[in-house]
Design a protein around this ligand. Structure first.
Ligand SMILES: Cc1ncc(COP(=O)(O)O)c(C=O)c1O
Length: 279
């Protein structure tokens, strides 16, 4: 696999970071996970904007190459002979100056069955476990997110919904949370300590065209457990129906009608994007 590291395209076995890199030593950096469809990078500008925002919050001067991500990631896709892929751009505080690493790889195996039957998730009540997740930025200090996600996997679930002590269920370890209640789509608002997901944003805008009101509002755990449908979003899993939370069935236990309509529309949006923008 070829990676991009500080200006060079190298086989990953030859790529080196400094042992003094502050990303390695302190988790001091930020990253983006992106998705390509048919060789085209989806929502690139939004990802670049969020990455710059995160670097600004961390007081890391954004390296100029960030503005060339389209070219760098596009070249990586070609070098690695990938079209539908996951991509990652990482910027760390580095040593003396920021370091940039870009990688590409195969998509994670979210099997068809997950989408047709719906995923199981768990609830996490202990905010200590999540800690850095509450920073609202995609920092490379991802330990809290990873630990919570791994706990979900150990308990046979795909994801973990984080319950904030004040605001209730706010997002998942690596995805945003939506519920459907009496025909309305509810999702926690962005002033909460959640990541402003790019997929969340696409879904919110798309739902407007579905004549379904999207309400950005908090909801309690009880409301979550009693709602009609639940789904979660991120760039790689796209729109994932959730049919089981902490082993309790949500709705009628099948992916809901509105969720499937949103998933269907999301596929149309990405298919259009894959065809539209020039390579
Ligand atoms: C904590 C968290 N929330 C939400 C998301 C979804 O973000 P996006 O839709 O931009 O992939 C992610 C993505 O990894 C995340 O880490």
């Amino acid at each position: 696999m070829i990676v991009y590291i500080n200006g060079e395209y190298l086989p990953h076995s030859e790529a080196r970071i400094s042992p003094l890199d502050r990303g390695f030593l302190h988790g001091f950096g930020a990253f983006e996970t992106l998705r390509s469809y048919n060789g085209k990078i989806f929502m690139l500008d939004d990802h670049v904007k969020r990455l710059k925002g995160a670097l600004h919050s961390l007081n890391i001067k954004p390296p100029r190459v960030i503005d060339n991500l389209q070219e760098i990631l596009g070249r990586l896709l070609k070098l690695n002979k990938l079209r539908d892929a996951r991509l990652r751009a990482t910027v760390t505080a580095g040593h003396n100056e920021p370091a940039v690493l870009c990688t590409s790889g195969e998509l994670p195996p979210y099997g068809e069955e997950l989408y047709s039957k719906g995923a199981s998730v768990i609830l996490i009540d202990d905010p200590e476990k999540y800690h850095h997740g509450f920073l609202r930025i995609k920092s490379t200090s991802y330990l809290g997110n990873i630990m919570v996600r791994d706990e979900a996997r150990r308990r046979g679930a795909l994801e973990a919904i984080i319950c904030h002590p004040v605001h209730g269920p706010i997002e998942c370890s690596m995805s945003n949370l939506f519920i459907i209640e009496e025909g309305r789509i509810l999702t926690p608002p962005l002033f909460l300590p959640i990541l402003p997901g790019i997929t969340r944003d696409v879904v919110v805008k798309m739902a407007a065209g579905l004549d379904l009101p999207v309400v950005e509002i908090t909801f309690t755990r009880n409301r979550l457990m009693q709602c009609d449908e639940v789904f979660i979003t991120n760039s790689l899993m796209e729109v994932m129906p959730v049919t089981n939370i902490d082993k309790k069935i949500i709705g009628d236990g099948k992916p809901g009608k509105i969720t499937l309509e949103i998933l269907n529309r999301y596929h149309k949006v990405v298919n259009n994007a894959a065809q539209d923008s020039g390579e």
